[in-house]
Design a protein around this ligand. Structure first.
Ligand SMILES: Cc1ncc(COP(=O)(O)O)c(C=O)c1O
Length: 372
């Protein structure tokens, strides 16, 4: 039986040669590739600063800390996301307040945020679900009016645009993920983009234990001061070399994702029982999501047919025990997120996936949905 993987990293032999070269050099962290990768990402997203981190979660944590969130504060997040988004708030002692999402985008809007505002609200974290941009301009204007800090969880958003500006540039900062299923991967890893120099320097210090000087800026070996309770959230140089090399081909990667998305949309055109987002040139297509009522049966069927898929995400965050118990949450308050969680399936979309296989996947799904 033919097997189609949900995702395959876009790593070439030449990228592995560079990893080997870095490992053999003995200079495994704070190296040349970290600087190259950060400069390249800065250019790609047209942001003033970029900072490698050990994961998107680490980046979000640092941004929340640097934004001053603390016990007694509330920060609004979508009920439909990876738990990293809300955990980043909770690490600081602040409270994650969940907000219902739109269907089928999975994104939050000003209207939804408004319903969750209290006197304690200090910020909002948006997620660009599957790579579809949130209504960033309106959300930012609203946050400015209410004096709220806007943060962007860009885990799905390498290549996501809103009004021609890259995601991550509307909020005070944006954090990207290079987890293995993402559009590019460094194993684990992430990147924070930011446009304010003071915030960048603070994030940079917090990323490396609270140390105030880079190795190259020290007059004497080991001479530095510790100015804050920072963390070790660095990325290694061999990971940076992997990220850098994949970004060199990223425009091509993105254009193939768009081709595949268009093909799925064409294939599902007459399928009344399958919902999906319309095609958008501004989407990064981290995954291609479809929504159907018979989701769980379809998952089993696809597994039997050797087609790898994923679910983003199986439960809304307010249903997760940690949050449900802590804040006594009721899932009936998040009706759309619940429907979204019950119906979504993420289909394969990556450069090594042929259009022939996209048609095969689409036909298996259509036949199953129409039969049931
Ligand atoms: C929306 C979202 N935010 C944050 C994360 C966490 O990313 P990382 O694994 O790089 O910490 C993920 C992970 O996939 C995610 O989907």
């Amino acid at each position: 039986m033919k097997k189609i993987k949900f995702s395959i990293p876009n790593i070439k032999n030449s990228h592995l040669n560079d990893v080997k070269r870095v490992l053999k050099s003995g200079w495994l962290t704070h190296g040349k590739y970290t600087e190259l990768f950060e400069n390249q990402f800065k250019k790609f997203t047209k942001s003033r600063f970029a900072l490698t981190v050990s994961s998107c979660t680490a980046g979000l944590h640092l941004i929340c800390l640097a934004s001053g969130f603390k016990k007694g504060d509330e920060v609004i997040v979508p009920a439909m996301s990876h738990t990293a988004t809300s955990h980043a708030i909770e690490y600081t002692g602040a409270k994650a307040v969940f907000c219902d999402v739109n269907y089928p985008s999975g994104n939050i809007s000003v209207e939804m945020i408004k319903r969750k505002i209290t006197k304690k609200t200090k910020g909002v974290i948006v997620v660009h679900m599957a790579g579809h941009p949130c209504d960033l301009e309106n959300i930012l204007n609203f946050c400015k009016k209410k004096r709220l800090t806007l943060i962007e969880d860009c885990a799905h958003a390498i290549g996501t645009l809103h009004k021609k500006k890259h995601a991550g540039n509307y909020g005070v900062a944006g954090s990207f993920s290079f987890y293995p299923t993402k559009q590019i991967t460094t194993g684990e890893g992430g990147m924070v983009i930011v446009n304010n120099k003071k915030l960048f320097l603070k994030l940079k210090m917090l990323k490396q234990f609270g140390i105030d000087k880079d190795i190259k800026d020290r007059k004497k070996q080991g001479e530095y001061n510790v100015k804050d309770l920072g963390y070790n959230y660095r990325m290694t140089d061999f990971q940076s070399s992997l990220g850098y090399n994949q970004m060199l081909n990223y425009k091509k990667n993105l254009s193939i994702r768009h081709l595949i998305a268009k093909r799925y949309i064409k294939n599902f055109k007459n399928s009344e029982n399958i919902d999906h987002m319309e095609y958008s040139k501004d989407c990064s297509f981290f995954v291609f999501q479809i929504f159907c009522k018979k989701r769980d049966l379809l998952l089993k069927h696809l597994k039997k047919r050797g087609i790898g898929v994923s679910v983003h995400y199986i439960n809304p965050l307010p249903k997760m025990e940690y949050y449900k118990k802590k804040y006594d949450l009721k899932i009936s308050d998040f009706k759309i997120a619940k429907m979204y969680a019950d119906r979504n399936i993420s289909l394969p979309i990556y450069p090594k996936l042929s259009l022939h296989n996209v048609d095969f996947i689409s036909n298996v799904i259509k036949r199953f949905i129409d039969e049931k």
